[in-house]
Design a protein around this ligand. Structure first.
Ligand SMILES: O=P(O)(O)OC[C@H]1O[C@](O)(CO)[C@@H](O)[C@@H]1O
Length: 618
């Protein structure tokens, strides 16, 4: 899909035309009407809507009316900047939406929809079943304001867990809890994936001091080479490594595999795994009665912390998942919680202009036409916030990327998120953002404090290194805007536990409000199950292939099989391509499998096993 900007038309004039190219199912209307994606409401016929009317029903997905172009007069822009600037005094956080081109009319039309979103949020915070598919409450906001929890027992559980985390971290750091050998724990190896890794990874990168009491490493995949690398990096410190296994469900295969690999590494290093990990240094963070919970309890692991049923993986940074790892690195977790609580409080106002999360959600709706038609590029101009976009990728995309809305209509919603950091990315893809395909809006994250006081110097007269960073951010913002590329800017004074907590809370709430605007369940992830199920089927097929090959290899003489023969004997002729891939993969990994012929011409391949395993036959 290409779109020309050389015609002299502004972005907003081009948008409908571009959308039409992108997706033929979008219906074109005369210029005085708004377009409706017919496929979003399969049972209804697309209809014309007066140009300024946004439907009040959340089910009606109506594209916002766009202005003819973005404001370019500097005085008008300054006025827009001042008029719309949001400031949270206590947090020192600003939100600038002036470079998003929404009109006053659009703002007014969104008002009732946002009021509905606020009502949904009030219900959610009161303990409604906000995740209807899973029949669950959604309570991550209670983690930083435990008194808000709908039942006293939940308040107690949150407070008790926080106390236990602080106490445990203090005991590990002080050496009261120590490895079986002498000394203190020096390293954390955190095993978990998705929401059980991304928050802790982001926070470690953002906030861990240069010399933390314990350094942290992550195993967040079932890539054997990646795991080997993490273990190798621990080197002689394996013996003083605290292993934390994080999994809400307690049954995620990647995490289980990570644990098995780590256990093996301990054995091979001659360390007593039971003493080291299970008695002395193994910690499980999981839901009560999960497989991991039961295993860790039966085996007597050092500590177990709960992951509450009502906290989803991608919103678990303020639960034991994020807090334990942070506390062990010497990060002030109470400050993180305080920052999040302050932001939550600000986001409870029903005055949209004073509600930063609502403003974000509204800008997303404007920028993406409420249908995800543009991507969110997140650009923190601060190295320590590098992983924020990666963290947001899961938070936004797993929450908003949904096939059906709450009424069962097919909507295929979502907003794509990507980004790394500025100004680094200016030397990578910002060329395309400025001049190329116009399918995104940017969120700049600006940090005012360049480095701790007392360290700054002028590398040329009147200019510091941080001034350059500042210049590049604002230069890029201006250059993009000049070419009709919209942007939001979130500014914080410093990267501190408080501001990081606030950022997490800001985006959690914006995602929740946006989900209400587009009428989807932000708190389930049915799509992930399809991939997991298919992966299980691949592994089951691999076992069948091995059984068939084993039988053929036990014959006298050995009978090499073609791929067609294997597929037939597996009773899976339709899976021949997958069988070919399974065999190629095993052949590349020195498995006891001999493949004759050329992998480049699959029909020539004949396969047998190097040895017959008689036991497998029966
Ligand atoms: O914490 P668990 O249960 O191991 O799940 C890890 C991740 O897997 C998902 O369920 C799906 O990928 C995420 O939502 C979750 O954060």
């Amino acid at each position: 899909m290409t779109s020309s900007i050389s015609s002299g038309l502004s972005l907003k004039q081009l948008t409908p035309h571009r959308l039409l190219h992108q997706n033929p199912s979008l219906v074109s209307y005369p210029s005085s009407t708004i377009r409706i994606a017919a496929h979003f409401r399969p049972h209804r016929v697309a209809r014309e809507v007066p140009p300024t009317t946004l439907s009040s029903s959340a089910n009606d997905v109506v594209l916002p009316q766009k202005s003819a172009g973005l404001e370019k007069d500097p005085r008008e822009l300054w006025k827009r900047y001042v008029d719309w600037l949001y400031q949270h005094k206590e947090l020192g956080l600003y939100l600038d939406v002036s470079r998003v081109g929404f009109t006053d009319q659009f703002f007014q039309e969104m008002e009732p929809r946002l009021q509905k979103a606020f009502t949904d949020m009030v219900e959610l915070e009161k303990g409604a079943i906000a995740n209807p598919d899973e029949g669950r409450m959604v309570g991550h906001y209670w983690l930083r304001s435990p008194k808000l929890a709908p039942r006293a027992i939940l308040t107690q559980q949150i407070e008790k867990t926080l106390d236990r985390i602080c106490e445990f971290a203090e005991q590990v750091i002080s050496g009261k809890i120590s490895p079986p050998q002498e000394g203190k724990f020096t390293q954390i190896l955190s095993i978990g994936i998705g929401g059980s890794a991304l928050g802790p990874q982001f926070v470690a990168e953002a906030l861990a001091p240069d010399n933390p009491p314990l350094k942290i490493r992550f195993i967040d995949n079932t890539d054997p080479a990646g795991i080997d690398h993490q273990i190798a990096q621990l080197g002689s410190e394996l013996g003083s490594t605290l292993v934390i296994v994080v999994s809400k469900s307690g049954g995620t295969p990647e995490t289980r595999n990570g644990l098995l690999e780590v256990q093996k590494a301990f054995r091979e290093a001659g360390l007593d795994f039971a003493k080291q990990v299970l008695v002395s240094g193994g910690v499980a963070i999981t839901q009560e009665n999960s497989l991991l919970d039961n295993t860790s309890r039966i085996e007597g692991w050092l500590a177990r912390f709960p992951m509450f049923d009502w906290v989803g993986g991608r919103t678990s940074e303020m639960s034991a998942v994020g807090l334990l790892a942070a506390a062990l690195q010497g990060i002030d977790i109470k400050e993180m919680l305080a920052g999040a609580a302050l932001m939550d409080e600000a986001n409870r106002t029903t005055q949209v202009r004073n509600n930063p999360a609502a403003m974000l959600a509204m800008c997303w709706y404007w920028a993406t036409n409420g249908v995800g038609s543009k991507d969110m590029v997140v650009l923190p101009y601060k190295d320590s916030l590098l992983l924020f976009s990666r963290y947001l990728q899961q938070l936004v995309m797993e929450s908003l990327g949904k096939e059906f809305d709450l009424d069962g209509n097919r909507v295929n919603q979502g907003i794509t998120v990507y980004g790394n950091k500025g100004s680094t990315d200016q030397h990578a893809y910002i060329q395309q953002l400025r001049d190329g395909v116009h399918n995104f809006f940017v969120t700049f994250i600006e940090v005012l404090r360049d480095r701790p006081p007392g360290h700054d110097w002028e590398l040329e007269p009147g200019v510091t290194c941080g001034d350059y960073l500042f210049g590049f951010l604002h230069g890029t913002r201006s250059a993009l805007y000049a070419n009709d590329r919209e942007s939001i800017t979130v500014t914080v004074q410093e990267v501190t536990p408080r501001s990081v907590g606030a950022l997490v809370a800001l985006y959690e709430r914006a995602v929740g409000l946006y989900a209400s605007l587009v009428n989807i369940n932000a708190y389930h992830q049915p799509g992930v199950e399809a991939g997991k199920k298919a992966a299980g089927e691949v592994l089951a097929l691999q076992k069948r292939v091995l059984a068939v090959l084993n039988e053929a290899s036990c014959k006298e003489p050995v009978e090499p099989l073609t791929l067609d023969e294997i597929a037939e004997q597996c009773h899976a002729p339709e899976e021949i391509e997958m069988i070919y891939k399974i065999i190629s993969h095993m052949a590349a990994n020195d498995r006891a499998l001999i493949a004759e012929g050329s992998c480049g011409s699959p029909r020539s391949v004949k396969v047998y096993l190097g040895e017959c395993n008689v036991d497998e036959m029966y």
